[in-house]
Design a protein around this ligand. Structure first.
Ligand code: CTP
Length: 445
């Protein structure tokens, strides 16, 4: 019996795929089809697949052409499969000509002419698309536009900045329509990305929700918990999706770190410590007391993410130790006490620390090197160093594409509840800044 194997993503299965599978099958008696997993596609930088691996496998099986479907999980798996399944012919579309010649050592390699005029990419482009307007045109917005281009189902269409010259420059460099007013921006979009200074978030978000627009708001979301709660309640009553653009919460390494540690591999977690410090120009708005600047307001939402993920939001005691200059904290250490655990964080705009994350447990600890908030790597360490393990993950581009993909995925599925960073977690992050701004248990050093 002659065995043939072929591989692909097979997203939105189309005529080109069918032609390929038919011709691959005709090369032998038994056809094995390898379908890439979602995580392997992510690792290869294929962010825009619409269907999940189970849907794609179901579609391949429904063609009736595959005798066996396997999943392709990692780079280099093909050679292993070819030997394991005793394959005679490896077949693949002609867009790959030359790329798989190394396989000839193990079996025959056939490149089949690609069907012209159709691809998953084209089909995805025809699907409905969320039109995004950006308010605020600073550095994070400049990173957002190219990242959004990597994600399927979203298109940045326009931008608004109260300073028309800055806005014009931004729109010119990214070929976007310039909105003369915020109302115009809302009219021309289905969703807004709020990337303005944090003290302006509340008004922009509220107005967008009231206009029925979905909102992706940069961190820190808002600094007061009553405002955070109000905005969530408003979004729920209007049936729009409100999500906070906390990029770490959506990154593959962080997502896996949380579930791995929750599965108990370092025992009971007793301590979390995380730091985020970014030395900032003294004249920056980020250090202006008139604009609620300072290290806690600017950066605390980052270390609070792992703290909340591991210990929840029900702390028993919260204290801050701050170094203050010109009425603003240039450095703060925060300590949160829980029933059976303790957590601490350091944030600084005027002092520098190592920016790592350490999660300590009764059997071992996790070490995430600086900058932990955009990591592609961490280690699990034990008393017996032979048991230590290193984990590596993709971190594509600036990492914003993960949150953007999540955002449009929720909108497409009409699922208004974000679980990677919950409503409660965002409200409680605002509780922390609220307590700090109200000088509750704030001690100067
Ligand atoms: N294929 C083909 N003709 C097409 C599209 C795909 O023969 N018009 C073949 C590819 O060469 C590959 C297999 O189908 O051997 C699976 O391809 P896949 O990457 O899943 O499909 P594409 O439509 O090329 O997807 P994308 O647009 O995301 O690259």
């Amino acid at each position: 019996m002659k065995k043939v194997i072929t591989y692909g993503t097979f997203d939105l299965l189309h005529e080109g795929h069918l032609n390929l599978l038919r011709r691959a099958k005709a090369l032998g008696d038994y056809l094995i089809v390898g379908v890439t997993t979602d995580s392997f596609d992510l690792e290869r930088g294929k962010m825009n697949t619409v269907q999940s691996v189970t849907e794609r496998i179901a579609a391949v099986l429904a063609t009736g052409l595959a005798d066996q479907v396997i999943i392709e999980e990692y780079k280099g798996q093909k050679l292993e499969d070819i030997q394991k399944y005793d394959v005679d012919i490896f077949a693949i579309g002609s867009d790959w000509v030359g790329k798989f010649d190394y396989i000839r050592e193990f079996c025959e390699v056939v490149y089949l002419p690609r069907t012209e005029g159709i691809s998953s990419t084209q089909l995805r482009e025809n699907l409905s698309c969320v039109r995004v307007g950006i308010v605020g045109t600073g550095s994070i917005a400049s990173r957002f536009v190219p990242e959004a281009a990597e994600v399927n189902g979203v298109k940045v269409v326009s931008a608004f900045n109260p300073d028309p010259e800055l806005c014009a420059d931004f729109c010119r460099s990214f070929s976007l329509a310039q909105a003369g007013t915020y109302e115009q921006l809302l009219e021309s979009s289905d969703a807004v990305y709020v990337a303005s200074p944090h003290y302006t978030h509340y008004e922009y978000v509220k107005q967008a929700i009231e206009a029925g627009r979905h909102v992706l708001c940069e961190t820190p979301f808002v600094l007061r918990s009553d405002r955070a709660r109000e905005l969530y309640e408003l979004s729920e009553s209007r049936g729009v999706f409100l999500m906070v653009a906390h990029k770490t919460a959506y990154c593959p390494a962080f997502v896996h770190l949380v579930s791995l540690l929750k599965s108990g591999i370092i025992g009971d977690i007793v301590d979390v410590n995380a730091s985020v410090t970014t030395l900032t120009d003294e004249n920056s708005d980020k250090l202006a007391s008139s604009h609620f600047g300072g290290s806690v307001t600017e950066n605390a939402c980052f270390p609070l993410l792992p703290v909340f993920k591991f210990f929840g939001t029900d702390w028993k005691d919260l204290r801050f130790y701050s170094k203050v200059r010109n009425g603003v904290d240039i450095y703060t250490k925060g300590i949160l006490l829980y029933d059976n655990a303790v957590a601490s964080f350091q944030v600084g705009l005027g002092a520098k620390t190592e920016g790592n994350l350490v999660v300590s447990g009764t059997r071992g600890y996790a070490y995430v090197p600086a900058p932990w908030w955009r990591t592609d790597y961490f280690e699990i360490r034990y008393e017996d160093q032979n048991q230590n393990k290193k984990y590596f993950y993709p971190f594509a581009g600036e990492g914003l594409r993960y949150e953007i993909k999540d955002f449009v995925g929720h909108i497409a599925a009409n699922d208004l509840r974000s679980y990677r960073l919950t409503r409660e977690e965002n409200i409680r992050m605002a509780d922390v800044t609220d307590a700090f701004l109200n000088k509750i248990q704030v001690f100067q050093i």
